[in-house]
Design a binder for this molecule. Structure first.
Ligand code: SF4
Length: 344
């Protein structure tokens, strides 16, 4: 029997709605979620492919490259943690986790005095951000990053702004940026130079939309400007994670990892994101729904539910909390259930 169920796209922080097509209890495809206020029936290719993680999810846990039952893997994790010096254990959680999971991971880490952090693309939380409608109605939009390609449903608001008469100023790392195609002015300069060159041009009618900066100084500059801004994160719940766990820049994470012997990675692919020699860490333990570069080098991989198999909530870039419910039933354990087992 075919069914269609509503959920959220987990692949960036824009927070688009997504419909999944279910055939006899198995998710077989995606379908536009027409009435969702963020994306009104449109999903980018990444969003449409988001179900691949569910379709390729781990069926077994892995210990030292060998498949084992999940209970055995959890016992192994407990043994590693019990024999470690707690000050040398670090937890990295991420905006891939929903709010309830981040709360549970944070409480677990604090109760054991482990180090705990999450990585938010070297960006930070801004308390007063532009809404998506404010982007679409801005007089000038300063775009840092290839948002039309990387976050297309924010890119759509930038296109709407252009159609409404706004001037678009785009800064990007390459000449090939798709965003450059609709911009009135383009720049391949550093973010600092882009902000400096446009300083006199940025006013109350402007919005700065960005998905990267070159340094923490750039974030401070943006904060002092007389306009609204909208940081766009690579993970669905980074905005929600800020309120619970202290984020760390890549430099701060390098320092933490240098002093880490046991690393617990909750639903993240930090190996893909940071240019660090992870071979220096004695034990890496991943809690992940499907394979990624971090699970490939992990000593222990504990499978967790995909977002399609659980209830939860993500906070999107505008700061709106959106709830989702399980689209399918599953025997897999959630991160919260695994943490309860680790607590003993
Ligand atoms: S823009 Fe982001 S949230 Fe929207 S469909 Fe694409 S990846 Fe998913």
């Amino acid at each position: 029997m075919l069914e269609i169920k509503h959920t959220l796209c987990p692949l960036c922080s824009v927070g688009c709605g997504l419909n999944v097509i279910i055939n006899d209890g198995e998710i077989v495809g995606t379908f536009p979620y027409k009435r969702h206020p963020v994306n009104a029936g449109k999903n980018c290719l990444n969003g449409r492919k988001s179900i691949e993680c569910y379709q390729n999810k781990f069926e077994k846990a892995i210990v030292s490259k060998t498949e084992v039952d999940i209970e055995k893997a959890i016992d192994e994790v407990s043994m590693v943690l019990n024999s470690a010096d707690n000050s040398e254990v670090s937890i990295i959680c991420s905006g891939n986790n929903d709010l309830e999971e981040i709360e549970a991971i944070n409480e677990f880490g604090k109760s054991k005095n482990y180090n705990i952090a999450f990585y938010a693309d070297d960006l930070k939380d801004f308390s007063d951000v532009a809404s998506y409608d404010e982007v679409a109605s801005a007089g000038k939009v300063f775009v840092i990053g290839n948002l039309l390609y990387e976050n297309p449903l924010i890119g759509r608001r930038i296109v709407h702004a252009k159609q409404n008469g706004a001037k678009i100023y785009a800064c990007g790392k390459t000449e090939e940026s798709v965003t450059f195609n609709i911009a009135d002015e383009t720049s391949n300069s550093t973010v600092g130079e882009f902000l400096e060159n446009n300083h006199g041009n940025i006013d109350e009618e402007s919005v700065i939309v960005f998905n990267y900066v070159d340094s923490q100084d750039d974030l401070e500059k943006i904060e002092t400007l007389n306009c609204k801004c909208l940081p766009v994160f690579s993970k669905s719940n980074s905005k929600g994670a800020f309120a619970i766990v202290k984020s760390k820049s890549s430099d701060e994470l390098f320092e933490l990892l240098d002093n880490t012997k046991v690393l617990l990675v909750f639903n993240d692919d930090i190996v893909d994101e940071l240019d660090f020699d992870f071979g220096k860490i004695s034990k890496i333990i991943s809690f992940a729904p499907c394979s990624n570069k971090t699970t490939e080098i992990s000593d222990i991989v504990v499978p967790i539910k995909t977002w399609l198999e659980k209830d939860g909530s993500f906070v999107n870039d505008m700061g709106e909390t959106q709830m989702f419910t399980a689209a399918v039933e599953s025997d897999a354990l959630s991160e919260i259930e695994i943490i309860e087992k680790l607590r003993g």
